[in-house]
Design a protein around this ligand. Sequence first.
Ligand SMILES: Nc1ncnc2c1ncn2[C@@H]1O[C@H](COP(=O)(O)OP(=O)(O)OP(=O)(O)O)[C@@H](O)[C@H]1O
Ligand SMILES: [Mg+2]
Length: 312
Amino acid sequence: MHAETTATERKAAALAAFKDLARDPGVPKPDPILVVDNVVRRFGGLTAVEVEHVEVQRGSITALIGPNGAGKTTFFNQLTGFDTADSGQWTFNGRSMNGVPAHKVARAGMVRTFQLTKALSKLTVLENMRLGAQGQKGESFWRALLPAFWKGQEDAITERADELLTRFKLDAKRGDFAGSLSGGQRKLLEMARALMVEPELVMLDEPMAGVNPALTQSLLGHVKDLREQGMTVLFVEHDMDMVRDISDWVIVMAQGHVIAEGPPETIMSDERVIDAYLGAHHDAPLSESELEEQLHEAEAALEAEIEEETQK
Ligand SMILES: Nc1ncnc2c1ncn2[C@@H]1O[C@H](COP(=O)(O)OP(=O)(O)OP(=O)(O)O)[C@@H](O)[C@H]1O
Ligand SMILES: [Mg+2]
């Protein structure tokens, strides 16, 4: 009962922070945990990201949406030190973060997950979790470091890992190779692993993509839990049903820019957002049933392909 009250209060506090905010790109928030200025990332002639200003409200669940290729993942990569911005500054909790490498960003309390899950398949679930405690870095780094790292293993890390695995209902898989997990279980593992550093800001890149419907609700519940536990969540998602279900505020990107912000209930009727999705020749974000239909189509196509292959 007490936990429920807290959850309601946190949601209410987040919504209160957004009440009466202008729907303009870059609108200042009452208590931002992340403040971004003039972040630019170019790939040759293509400007993938050009964000003038954006703020993420502490304690909120904020969705980052936008057509394919809008620059959402690239933006995440800049902020979390997985790629180097051509220019720009950003602060996390008032601390400047540009140029800080990924594992240090993570240890400072700002973690992200990947659109394509990065669970190391030849390591066990528990080993993946332990690596999470060190923040995130390239696989080659871990390979080089593994032997020394395991020797210095601390019980506290294992204990925290086990706690999280239980919370995410992965405790039974503890000793299994991450490679043997289903897509949805990998997403859960990645979220659990991100929590090893006890972050304040969790950035999720399409946490629900490719997850079967049975696990979707569980994942959504875990995202809501993060806020209940006092964390701030910024997540990328195409499915508007999910965005409406869990987010307090929506930031919209198109062609590298933040083009609009607003509440989840009304954001899709914003002219600028409609234009952006039409202009990108991209269908409007999918509803749950549309998504399912597309999945079935893709599965059927794949099955047909396999059948054709085996008949050769
Ligand atoms: N390493 C790279 N080299 C060259 N171009 C890139 C690279 N990474 C991304 N891009 C380009 O930058 C643009 C933004 O890509 P990004 O993946 O950030 O979009 P997104 O909003 O995450 O899209 P989606 O919703 O499909 O995941 C795209 O045009 C993409 O092709
Ligand atoms: Mg992306």
